[in-house]
Design a protein around this ligand. Structure first.
Ligand code: ATP
Ligand code: MG
Length: 560
């Protein structure tokens, strides 16, 4: 099955089409609002493709705005990685990067306006009491004894909060809405709290920080956002979003629309949990190729195009669902099958000496870089007296139907000659450690006469190949829903075999000439990318994905 070429329509596009047709808006302005408290993951890619994709398609604008109201969890490294990842995906934000913290003064002034209107008050209950007074889903909340403080007292206390006169938690500013509302978000939500924290953008200018639910609508309105898109868990926050904008003096009132978040099986997409994996060293970092982060996928060899195509293919709706990770793998296979040059890499080298090939003679074979893409040219593959084949391509005692090499058997070396195995050498334990063979000089590019080769295997020259470390990755979690069992920690489901290091691998020399992040199909082994940690002396390759595509085939059969 092929993924769609163009973003299909969805309910958000229909809303935008209607808004443009009615003249409500003449331009579409969206935003992507990450909290800089971790690296972006594949779920964020969905939101990025949606927000930036709409701006591109409707010739509007999409802002990148950091929702940076939690200084203790935020970091400049995250701010930078997020910009890098958005650009790598192929998008560019309108104008400068924006920060909610850039609006702290205006947000503060709107809070003062609410106090003056009698719509906000300083509460002096502690966090536990506030929780207790809030009520439950079945019981209304109760009024705080501080709810009816006079405006002047509220203004004074809020000013002293801002001036640093109070400890964290001593007072908070709350919106005065409705403690009996069936929507708990409307029961006098906290809109400001004291945090004696240094901020990565504003330094020590502030010791009070606005809450997300207060910051977000104001930031959207300041930027003239037309369609504020967020995930479904914010649906219950929408009345508060509207309440804030209805009660402050700002003309613009963006509309919030919610869509279903992306969930992938075998994957966790919670920044808190991803951070735990990094902090506790279950992975090597945020960009570990097993991580479902954009940086991880990039390092693993995914292309930006494949991630964008995947995001298009899953669509945008309001129905929660879990997407099969095989669908993402399908997207990268489809891309690399078409675009990645082919090469040969032997993961478990077994030496073969070709006894009728002169020592020291090198024949440079010209092999197409891609079977269907002449534009990718040819590569030079040196053939020599000693070569390596994969140990798994030889069987002393071949099972029925064996399509590879065995004693006395003939095999075609991919792009080269047919050879026959004539002898094997074993170690003391009886393990085959080397082979001897004879090649048939009349078989380069033509079928042998009078006999047949038993199959085609990949190989590299022993002394003209390049040693490399090949990292084979499997799913990081061994169960479909690592988050699913609330009585068990997701860490219990980490797949102990998610990384296998092949440290003695050898790759044909053409590969070593490519820069970091270049991608290849290694014949019969899968798709691979050069790890950025590679140096002249040490080439490291990551397996992006195996060759086999279960998802595409199953879809073709019409099954699930
Ligand atoms: P997490 O729950 O992993 O911490 P978050 O929602 O708190 O994620 P933000 O940085 O606030 O992370 O997210 C930025 C934007 O990306 C938000 O608009 C959010 O709705 C969206 N987003 C986050 N996770 C997903 C997801 N799994 N699918 C789609 N959109 C997502
Ligand atoms: Mg968030």
């Amino acid at each position: 099955m092929s993924l769609p070429e163009h973003a299909p329509s969805n309910f958000i596009r229909q809303i935008i089409d209607a808004d443009l047709a009615s003249g409500k808006h003449s331009q579409v302005v969206t935003r992507f609002p990450p909290e800089p408290n971790g690296y972006l993951h594949i779920g964020h890619a969905k939101s990025i493709c949606l927000n930036f994709g709409l701006a591109v398609d409707y010739q509007g604008a999409c802002n990148l705005r950091f929702d940076d109201t939690n200084p203790e969890k935020e970091d400049l490294d995250y701010v930078q990685s997020i910009q890098r990842d958005v650009q790598w995906l192929g998008f560019q934000w309108a104008g400068e990067v924006r920060y909610a913290s850039g609006y702290f003064q205006q947000i503060h002034d709107f809070a003062v306006e609410l106090i003056e209107k009698g719509l906000a008050y300083v509460d002096s209950l502690n966090a536990e009491q506030i929780r207790e007074y809030r009520g439950t889903l079945t019981e209304p909340g109760r009024h705080s004894p501080y709810r009816d403080r006079p405006v002047a007292e509220n203004l004074d206390l809020f000013a002293r909060m801002k001036a640093g006169g109070f400890a964290e938690g001593e007072h908070v500013l709350r919106a005065k809405i409705d403690m009996a509302s069936p929507n708990i978000n409307m029961r006098d939500p906290i809109i400001y709290r004291v945090r004696h924290q240094h901020h990565h953008q504003t330094g020590d200018a502030w010791c009070i920080y606005p809450m997300y639910d207060f910051t977000h609508p104001i930031s959207d309105a300041i930027e003239g956002i037309t369609h504020s898109l967020c995930t479904l868990e914010f649906e219950d926050h929408r009345p508060l979003y509207d309440w804030v904008l209805d009660n402050i003096s700002i003309a613009c009132h963006p509309r919030q629309y919610e869509f279903a978040r992306l969930n992938l099986n075998y994957t966790v997409t919670s920044k808190r949990k991803l951070k735990q994996l990094v902090d506790e060293k279950h992975v090597t970092g945020w960009d570990d190729p097993r991580m479902p982060t954009i940086a991880g996928f990039r390092r693993r060899g995914y292309t930006p195009q494949s991630i964008r195509r995947f995001c298009e293919s899953i669509g945008v709706s309001r129905a929660d669902s879990t997407v099969d990770v095989a669908m993402l793998e399908h997207a990268i296979r489809e891309d690399l099958d078409e675009n990645a040059p082919r090469a040969m890499c032997v993961l478990r080298p077994l030496k073969v000496t070709i006894e009728n090939w002169p020592a020291g003679k090198v024949e440079v074979l010209q092999v197409p870089a891609h079977p269907k893409r002449e534009d990718l040219g040819v590569r030079e593959v040196p053939f020599t007296r000693e070569i390596y084949i994969d140990a798994e391509d030889f069987s002393e005692d071949p099972p029925k139907g064996w399509k590879r090499l065995y004693p006395e058997g003939h095999i075609r070396l991919r792009g080269g000659y047919v050879m026959q195995c004539t002898a094997m050498e074993k170690d003391a334990a009886g393990q085959v450690i080397a082979l001897t063979a004879r090649y048939d000089e009349k078989t380069l590019g033509v079928n042998p006469e009078g006999y047949k080769a038993n199959g085609v295997i990949h190989w590299v020259s022993a002394d003209q190949s390049v040693p490399c470390e090949v990292r084979l990755y499997d799913r990081l979690f061994s169960v479909e829903n690592p988050d699913g069992d609330k009585s068990r920690d997701f860490l219990e489901f980490i797949n102990p075999e998610s990384l296998q290091v092949m440290s003695a691998a050898r790759v044909e020399p053409s590969v070593a000439a490519y820069p970091a992040e270049s991608r290849f199909q290694f014949e019969r082994e899968g798709y691979f990318a050069i790890d950025p940690s590679s140096t002249k002396g040490k080439l490291v390759l990551n397996r992006t994905v195996t060759l086999r595509d279960s998802w595409g085939k199953e879809q073709g059969k019409g099954g699930k």
